[in-house]
Design a protein. Sequence first.
Length: 169
Amino acid sequence: MNLNDTKLNTATLVGLYKNVLVASPQKVQDSELATNKKYKFLGKNKKSVLLVNDCKDAVFVSEKELNFISKLLEACKMNLEDIAIVNKASEDINITELKNQLAPKTIIFFGVAPTDIKLPIHFPMFKLQEYDGCVYLSAPNLEELDQNTNEGKILKSKLWVCLKQLFGL
């Protein structure tokens, strides 16, 4: 019998190595479940900018909303390759897992409250907030922002002031 072919059961391994090399199988399984969740996103995330929205009618964003985002990005000298878009309506989001996967430096919420994705703080709209290694910006949903009304124009101008400050424009 070859030593490489020796099989030890889990109980024996845990007993031999306790807290040195092997965690209990249940802990390993739970840990893998917590850290292996992969969120679907649109974009390539080259500049570590994450947009989180809540669009119930599309996988990521509607075509109209995507056009609006594209115009915003162009004004900020970016494009879809620079960002990642995640739709809260498509799946439950845990901010810790999302940050582990995408490593964002900037997170912009469109119609999503920070507490909706298990972020333990709340902050007002149109106010840049630094927390846990990221800069956050909360804004109304994309549909509300993309209106050709006086209210829509006011919201867009507030967003633009924040984006200029955020991206040094």
